[in-house]
Design a protein around this ligand. Structure first.
Ligand code: AMP
Length: 210
């Protein structure tokens, strides 16, 4: 089974994606993380990628296409995939369908977590990353344990107000059309993302198993 999870920044899609990966024993592909690793590498295009990410803009298509395929090839293809943060445009969605078709597969469900912009901004502004481990916390909903030194917590550049605004705008313009297309195709699973994590997870689990 192959799942795609869509949602604006701050929709909680990463949290649900990790729970679903465990529940259904899937390969997890998180594009944001793959791109941050790429941006920190010594690849000649790393700095370019970093600039897009810091501004909250989409990294060029050729780069995401290469990175996603490279990762898919390394994974266990007897298991399904969960795509988080990819696709973010209709072009990427079409590309993903082509890649899966090469493996004789398709996206089975496209999960969309809907949250208001106000909720997304509130969640993202409270998000902090542990500099050494990359672990993400939320000062309101998922605070770090007392053992974590607060000075090691940083706010990602793209979680700052100007970049948040840009990311939400890109979601509306570029990613929302993917939601509409998946609906037309009959594979969309749309959920209210402003409820407790466990409640959302239970609903996705029930619907995906159907
Ligand atoms: P995320 O951690 O999913 O919020 O992604 C962080 C940043 O990585 C985004 O704001 C973009 O700059 C970049 N990025 C992530 N996924 C994609 C994608 N599918 N296409 C282009 N850029 C992406």
């Amino acid at each position: 089974m192959n799942l795609v999870i869509l949602g604006a920044a701050g929709s909680g899609k990463g949290t649900q994606a990790k729970l679903l990966t465990r529940e259904f024993d899937l390969n997890y592909l998180e594009m944001g993380e793959m791109l941050r690793d790429f941006a920190a590498s010594d690849h000649p295009l790393a700095q370019t990628a970093n600039e897009y990410i810091d501004r909250g803009e989409l990294v060029p298509e050729e780069l995401t296409q290469e990175i996603i395929w490279e990762h898919i090839q390394k994974l266990d293809k007897t298991k399904g995939f969960l795509f988080d943060g990819y696709p973010r445009t209709v072009e990427q969605y079409e590309h993903l369908k082509e890649l899966l078709a090469k493996l004789g597969q398709k996206p089975d469900k496209v999960i969309y977590l809907e949250v208001s912009e106000v909720a997304a901004i509130k969640r993202l502004s409270a998000r902090r990353m542990h500099q050494k481990t990359g672990q993400i916390y939320n000062l309101i909903t998922n605070p770090p344990p007392l053992s974590v030194d607060k000075s090691d917590l940083i706010q990602r550049d793209d979680d700052k107000p100007a970049a948040i605004k840009k990311r939400l705008e890109i979601f509306r313009k570029e990613t929302f059309p993917v939601v509409e297309l998946a609906k037309k195709e009959g594979v969309l699973l749309e959920l209210d993302g402003e409820r407790p994590i466990g409640e959302i997870f239970a609903e996705i689990k029930a619907q995906v198993k159907e």
